[in-house]
Design a protein around this ligand. Structure first.
Ligand SMILES: C[S@@+](CC[C@H](N)C(=O)[O-])C[C@H]1O[C@@H](n2cnc3c(N)ncnc32)[C@H](O)[C@@H]1O
Length: 379
């Protein structure tokens, strides 16, 4: 369909096909992949693949996540604790100028769909694309059931009709793509005139840390994005603005060479038209939808108090390092009174929650998160 230029029909077919019923060939290859990652004992107990896929998707976000072997812990934490990660907060800050009439939004390299869940909570239809079927399945089953998911490779160009989308976001993904110019060309085609675009948590090649993949220097990104008139921001600046209740302002933009020491850079551009200036939030972007306890907070003994005492405890050193600037601005300890717990349980909001929302102790949790998400203890 794509080769025949029938982009609309391809999109519809891909979006409507049932992700919960993978083909037999896919099931076989997935089973082989999973078997390779399991210890010999658990290999024997591997249930039929359909059930395994569903169970593992649920287990991934549950407190009883199995010990070593099933999935790399860092990857698991990356997705499970996403609502409390600085990259996610910065992405929500930049995306705060996206409106319902920009729909549908295209989320490039959507992973398990956390930004897609954010757009769904804001009532903005979103199409989340990624090459990893398993992550999309988790997105579909747990994180953002209302989003549309399309499994495709960003190296291949985008399988959608011309001018189909009104905004795009790409979080912590573009540096994985080899053929960046090809992807941006394809993006220019599928975006409507004037669409905003945001490339967030973009690794840059001057950063000596790991995971550089195919990262470019900031000046390389500046050349590549030239036709989209890119503005560059540091993640920490965007996070600071966010915690003050604002999207990034034009004056926050940096020249690319200012960001040579940054782990990540944030880019805002547009496909024709002009930049939209960040403004004060009408509502906290992280508190749309269903509220729960930010997973970076873990319960600690609270003595005789009837509520729950929480302590800021990021799940790993890598997570803490990547989110340091954000975590330093959140309360180290806090207390949830029984009335707040009751309201959370009942899905009610109360005035008493406002401070906890502002300080990001309470955040939107994806619909399939079950209660408090626990991690395996300090890294
Ligand atoms: C670090 S994750 C980020 C996921 C999500 N954006 C988030 O912030 O949670 C990077 C994602 O890029 C996807 N990815 C990498 N290369 C890709 C490609 N060529 N085509 C499609 N997806 C790709 C991976 O499968 C993965 O889900």
């Amino acid at each position: 369909m794509i080769r025949a230029g029938e982009y609309d029909r391809a999109l519809q077919t891909a979006a409507e096909s049932s992700l919960t019923r993978p083909t037999r060939a896919f099931r076989r290859s997935l089973r082989d992949r999973i078997k390779g990652a399991l210890s010999p004992g658990s290999r024997k107990r591997l249930p039929p693949i359909d059930r395994w896929v569903e169970q593992s998707a649920v287990t991934l976000l549950e407190r009883r996540f199995p010990g070593p072997g099933a999935l790399n812990r860092e990857i698991r934490d990356y997705f499970v604790f996403r609502p409390g990660h600085a990259e996610h907060v910065a992405a929500m800050g930049l995306a705060s100028v996206i409106r319902a009439d920009d729909a549908p939004v295209l989320d490039l390299g959507a992973g398990a769909g956390h930004m897609a869940a954010h757009f769904c909570a804001a009532g903005i239809p979103v199409t989340a694309i990624d090459q990893d079927f398993f992550l999309l399945l988790i997105g579909r089953l747990i994180v953002a059931p209302e989003a549309r998911f399309v499994c495709c490779d960003l190296e291949e160009g985008l399988p959608f009709a011309d001018q189909f989308f009104g905004a795009t976001i790409c979080v912590n993904t573009f540096h994985f793509v080899r053929n960046k110019a090809h992807l941006l060309g394809s993006l220019g085609r599928v975006l409507r005139q004037g669409s905003p675009l945001f490339f967030c948590a973009l690794r840059q090649s001057h950063n000596p840390g790991a995971f550089r993949n195919f990262a470019l220097p900031p000046s390389g990104y500046a050349r590549l994005f030239e036709e989209f008139e890119p503005r560059f921001f540091s993640t920490d600046d965007v996070v600071d603005r966010y915690l003050d209740g604002d999207g990034p302002r034009p004056g926050d933009a940096r020249v690319p060479d200012d960001l040579l020491r940054a782990t990540f850079v944030e880019i805002a551009g547009h496909n024709g038209g002009h930049h939209r200036a960040g403004r004060s939030f009408d509502q906290w972007p992280h508190a749309l939808g269903t509220l729960g306890v930010n997973p970076v907070y873990q319960p600690v003994p609270s003595g005789d108090q009837p509520g729950i005492q929480l302590r800021l405890s990021p799940p790993s050193e890598l997570f803490a390092a990547d989110s340091r600037h954000l975590l330093e601005r959140l309360p180290a300890e806090t207390y949830l009174a029984p009335e707040i717990l009751e309201d959370l349980e009942a899905g009610r909001r109360s005035d008493a929650m406002q401070d906890l929302i502002r300080s990001m102790v309470l955040v939107q949790l994806p619909p399939g998160y079950s209660g408090q998400v626990e991690h395996n203890g300090p890294a």
